[in-house]
Design a protein around this ligand. Structure first.
Ligand code: ATP
Ligand code: MG
Length: 588
């Protein structure tokens, strides 16, 4: 890495004194016990995510402060203060009690990003009921699989989603006792076999005592994105709030006056940990957009809502890049001061795009459904090396390890060596189980270490560099090739919008590198362009690593959380079964 490609932090980049200024000192000083003291008070003791996220602020003087601003294309926005959220979530908690739903039982939510989703999630947590938010685009099959695995007792959904995805298949979800419906067009619903949520809420009291929960009680059930196979159900506890608070503080740099926009849907863990919990724990105002991606509208939201901290994903950034530079010129973002991204490796091109177009570099960070919160991040405290996911946050110990045949791992201390990324077990939001898959859970741990399944390197300054998922790494003529490196090189070409790289079995070299590429607006596939891209990649990467084949696709297959599904590119290329496609965007 040559130093000219480092983005140095300046006061202009930061604009505000950051929460994390001295990385090393803060890591030394840090303790999870100190973070837990944030949550020292709760009526009746214990720890409950929802009380800490909402009611604590009502007691602390933020009763009238907006907690959420819900936006919907073509409709007026809706604002809910912390005080209103406290009352509504109490009502929802009382609705569950009225139905006899108790602690530890599971509630699923199938809805777009509407206020009721947020109220139901937090209200359930107050009742000690476990919440599992699902993507509203799921069809009957993936819904039934997840509800059955989680033994869901309650489903909160809308009248129209119920009609389209649940009614006819209800017999396939035998654990469901109560279905609570929200009328999409407002008012009430009257559908046989279901209950109208608005009526129940109107009758319920606004006052409720919390069901006692401790930090170790199960709070959330989150399904992984399904990028590498069948999604797994990760179990999270109320104590995860400590990670949500700490990462909101260090990695997103949340300050009381921020307007925060997390673009993720709560069907993906990011949309819950950072679309609901972390910003509320910090008492900030969150924007929730109910619409789908649209470059113009998104720039408009950043401007109109005066967003100051923005948390998004590489897929969205690539789509904004693809939309071109003209659109953005119509907008200004004087309030925006910190931008972060998660979900996939963020190509250096994208980090620089942020600097050029938004005036701010994009801070990549890394975590998984299993980790519950951000683990490794580019923070305000240090320079950015574009292409690196940053350094472990205070409270997190990471390492590069090699699995041994006897089941233990060896830590690789030398820098710049490739191995599996591991985390010292025990941070508060670590998953406690894969639901009903004890065996799989156990294989994720070796001694003190949680093994992430991702390959990475650490450089001499402690920055981590993503290489690829262990499953995606390509073995070609004795080289181990991470798809990210090849994809990033292709992305440097002005015609390329996105790239997905796989290994294609080959009798001589093991696997050859094959790339699938979609083009930016204004470019058309052609033989000449293919040759040009092959040449560009060879120049950047050398013949051993550069792709031997490039195919053009209009769009790459991706998960609903926006991740390129390389396993699907590979299955299609080889004519093999596609496997679990429940999370495929555009699928049923
Ligand atoms: P599944 O486990 O079902 O295959 P998934 O791993 O995509 O799906 P998530 O938990 O949503 O499900 O994603 C976590 C994974 O996403 C990480 O293990 C890593 O491979 C990838 N990832 C997330 N953030 C980054 C990042 N900043 N850089 C590189 N990879 C990232
Ligand atoms: Mg995973």
């Amino acid at each position: 890495m040559d130093s000219s490609s480092i983005i140095h932090k300046t006061a202009a980049d930061l604009r505000l004194a950051p929460n994390l200024a001295d990385y090393d000192a803060e890591r030394r000083r840090f303790s999870w016990d100190a973070v837990s003291r944030e949550f020292a008070y709760q009526p009746g003791g214990g720890l409950n995510i929802a009380w800490q996220a909402v009611d604590r602020h009502v007691w602390g003087g933020l009763r009238d402060k907006p907690a959420f601003r819900f936006l919907k294309p073509g409709r007026p926005g809706q604002v809910f203060s912390y005080g209103e959220m406290a009352g509504l979530t109490n009502r929802f908690c009382n609705v569950l009690r009225g139905l006899g739903v108790g602690k530890g039982e599971r509630l699923f939510i199938l809805a777009n990003r509407i206020p009721e989703l947020y109220i139901a999630a937090l209200g359930s947590l107050k009742n000690g009921t476990v919440v599992s938010p699902l993507f509203s685009a799921f069809g009957p099959e993936p819904l039934a699989t997840r509800i059955n695995l989680g033994e869901g007792i309650v489903l909160v959904t809308t009248d129209s989603l119920y009609e389209r995805k649940v009614a006819k298949w209800r017999g396939r979800m035998p654990s469901l006792k109560h279905i609570l419906l929200v009328a999409e067009e407002g008012g009430t619903t009257n559908v046989p076999g279901t209950l109208d949520l608005a009526s129940l809420m109107a009758q319920a009291s606004e006052i409720c005592e919390l069901t006692p929960t401790t930090g170790e009680d199960m709070a959330l059930l989150h399904f992984t994105s399904g990028t590498t196979g069948t999604p797994k159900g990760a179990v999270h506890v109320h104590g995860a709030a400590a990670t949500h608070w700490a990462t909101g503080h260090y990695a997103l740099d949340l300050h009381a006056e921020d307007i925060f926009w997390c673009t993720a849907d709560p069907g993906w863990v990011t949309g819950t940990s950072y679309g609901i919990i972390a910003p509320l724990l910090h008492g900030v105002t969150s924007i929730v957009d109910g619409g789908e991606f649209d470059a113009e509208r998104w720039y408009g939201i950043l401007q109109e809502e005066a967003v100051s901290v923005w948390y998004t994903a590489p897929t969205a950034i690539r789509m904004l890049m693809k939309a071109g530079g003209e659109i953005v010129k119509k907008y200004e973002f004087p309030r925006l001061r910190f931008v972060a991204s998660v979900g996939e490796p963020l190509n250096p091109e994208a980090v620089w795009w942020g600097k050029q177009v938004l005036g701010l570099p994009i801070h990549d960070n890394w975590w998984q459904t299993e980790t519950g919160g951000i683990m490794i991040a580019n923070t305000p405290a240090f320079d950015i090396k574009p292409g690196s996911m940053g350094r472990p946050l205070p409270g997190i110990e990471a390492a590069i390890v090699q699995r041994q045949e006897n089941g233990t791992v060896q830590v690789i201390d030398e820098p710049n060596r490739e191995g599996e990324l591991a985390l010292k077990a025990g941070w508060p939001s670590m998953f406690r189980a894969y639901l009903h898959n004890e065996e799989r859970y156990r294989t994720c741990f070796a001694g003190d270490w949680y093994l992430t399944g991702d390959l990475a390197q650490r450089d001499a300054e402690g920055y981590y560099w993503f290489v690829g998922r262990a499953d995606d790494v390509i073995k070609s003529a004795g080289h181990l090739i991470g798809p990210f490196e090849v994809e990033s090189a292709l992305m440097e070409h002005p015609a390329v919008a996105e790239a997905g790289v796989i290994g294609k079995p080959d009798p001589t070299v093991g696997e050859v590198v094959k790339a699938f590429v979609s083009l930016k607006n204004g470019f058309e596939p052609s033989e000449a362009l293919r040759m040009e891209l092959l040449g560009h990649a060879r120049k950047r990467l050398g013949a051993a690593i550069a792709p031997k084949e490039i195919d053009f696709l209009i769009q790459l297959p991706r998960t609903r959380s926006g991740k390129i599904m390389r396993r699907l590119l590979k299955a299609r290329e080889l004519g093999l079964p596609e496997g679990d496609t429940s999370t495929l965007e555009g699928g049923a």
